[in-house]
Ligand binder design. Sequence first.
Ligand code: NAP
Length: 256
Amino acid sequence: MDMGLQDKVVVITGGSEGIGFAAARAFIAEGAYTAICGRRKNVLAHAVAELGPRAFGVSCDMTKEDDVHDFARRVFDTFGRIDVWVNNVGATIARKGTWYTGEEIDRTYAVNFKSVVMGSQAAVPYLSRQGGVIVNVASLAARCATSGRATLYGAFKAGVVNFTNTFAGEVASKHIRVVSILPGFTLTPLVRATIAPADLEKQSRTCLLRRAASTEEIAGPIVFLASSQASYMTAASLEISGGRSVTLNPGYSYGE
Ligand SMILES: NC(=O)c1ccc[n+]([C@@H]2O[C@H](COP(=O)([O-])OP(=O)(O)OC[C@H]3O[C@@H](n4cnc5c(N)ncnc54)[C@H](OP(=O)(O)O)[C@@H]3O)[C@@H](O)[C@H]2O)c1
């Protein structure tokens, strides 16, 4: 199936690790060039080396407006075009105390919501030259109440879904589609390193498929949404959760 991505230029914010890195690899497999970013220079350099000659990396902080515009400009100066912009940066920031401090709220907002708005706005002048796609990485948490100490994560991800739909209307006349994905629990290197194996196993089994997603299983739908195969999709949200949202009972499963 032709995805129409050959020699297209794809920006993936925070593509030096995790879901973003897997997406970069998947776009390159479709013949695209990819530009990734991250704050840690060593991790970024390692990722670019692993992705090969079609990858380009810029060390920047997507919560800082100047960095965001500089990243977009450097990608355009390097490749002469931008066709796809994936707003992938995001993080579950757990509050330390009983309630959030103002600083924790600001940080959660900046990385999960502000980065998406700034990235989208920075991308439009380039995407609108020939038309393009913005893919926003939200989370299943946008649809559900979240537990633990990162309860604001879902609230800002819900904002990303709403922003996706509103922004899609604002840029449709420029031939830009805007879509979002809602991944469920995904086994990134960070998740593997920070969640105890017993908790990881427990959390992995709370969906119909009874396992967590691999990063490649999230990357595939990102590539599809950015491709010409999804040309009639805009203001759409795609859940990729192994059926998690339909299970009110976490222990629920057919076959047991
Ligand atoms: N993993 C899951 O289970 C899951 C589930 C649902 C949704 N998601 C969403 O999927 C997206 C990717 O998550 P992930 O699990 O793949 O994350 P991850 O493994 O922590 O990777 C995050 C990437 O973003 C970069 N990054 C983080 N903050 C940044 C900033 N301010 N500026 C520039 N780069 C930044 C990181 O590099 P540096 O640290 O070097 O900056 C890294 O390359 C996020 O939006 C997340 O909310 C994840």
